[in-house]
Design a protein around this ligand. Structure first.
Ligand code: PAF
Length: 280
């Protein structure tokens, strides 16, 4: 059976109030829909850790800096509900634009430092949009735990920071990236790849694995990055936004590996921006 779809904030609050009165813990899985196995793994983790689970679906206009990207973002609510049914989540919260950004909305949540590099540099305003909507979702659901994928590693750091800084009593839980058999990190954007591009896409993960091995052997990123980018361009990618190794906690730039180093990449393939990151 599919979970009830809750569209209004009042209905969500009624539901979560009943749960909390019964002493149940609540887990939230924030998503923009177009659910894939990565999202479903988050819902399963929430199902295991919490008495009640809410999956949220809202394609957040404030985090898109390109109107075409927002317009093309896949919207598949019915399929999403069917995919969640076997996991047995308790509610799917699907607010509309007016619920999330009512007329007169004027507040912006901005996390400094962590957001001015990587995807933050390539997509100005993106993380303010993410931080603002995630703060609202944390407050609206009043969940005890929130589940995010490591696929969006920078986002995971940003939401962890904002919850701590704003004293929101929620535990942010990071869950491992789920990959296709050929290594491509699962993403709703993969649906936008043509058949030809889909064949080329796993090269990103392949090049990242090779660079991570070379870093472990002691090579420097300043030598490896230009070669990695050239390999991606030769393999059909159109451009590379970044290909960097950074500290996994504060995201400061590194040239050589050290404990907790992570490799981050974002590259464009036929109009689709793919991102990935792995521990070195
Ligand atoms: O990762 C996403 O899908 C979105 O950035 C999120 C966390 C649901 C906020 O809109």
């Amino acid at each position: 059976m599919t979970a009830p779809i809750v569209r209004s904030l009042d209905a969500l609050r009624d539901l979560t109030r009943t749960w909390r009165l019964a002493g149940d813990t609540v887990g939230v899985v924030p998503t923009m829909g177009a659910l894939h196995q990565g999202h479903l793994s988050l819902a399963r983790a929430a199902r295991e850790a919490c008495d009640r689970v809410v999956v949220t679906i809202f394609v957040n206009p404030k985090q898109f800096n390109n109107p075409d990207d927002l317009e093309n973002y896949p919207r598949t609510e019915n399929e999403d509900a069917l995919k969640l049914a076997p996991i047995g989540v308790d509610a799917i919260y699907v607010p509309d634009g007016d619920t999330m950004y009512p007329s007169g909305f004027a507040t912006n949540v901005s996390v400094e430092g962590l957001t001015n590099m990587l995807c933050g540099a390539a997509r100005p305003g993106h993380f303010d949009g993410v931080a603002t909507i995630v703060t609202k979702l944390f407050l609206q659901t009043q969940a005890d735990k929130a589940f995010f994928g490591e696929k969006d590693y920078q986002q995971l750091q940003v939401v962890t920071r904002l919850a701590a800084d704003l004293d929101i009593p929620i535990e942010v839980v990071g869950c491992p990236t789920i990959r296709e058999e050929d290594g491509l990190a699962m993403s709703s954007r993969n649906l936008l790849l043509s058949d030809r591009s889909r064949i080329k896409a796993p090269l990103l993960a392949e090049v990242m694995d090779d660079v991570a091995s070379a870093l472990r052997e002691g090579q420097r990123m300043s030598d490896l990055a230009p070669r990695a980018e050239a390999r991606l361009l030769a393999g059909g990618f159109n451009s590379v936004d970044y290909f960097e190794v950074r500290d996994g906690a504060d995201l400061s730039m590194l040239d050589q590996t050290k404990p907790n180093a992570r490799l981050f990449a974002a590259a464009w393939l036929a109009g689709v921006r793919l991102i990935d990151n792995i521990a070195v």
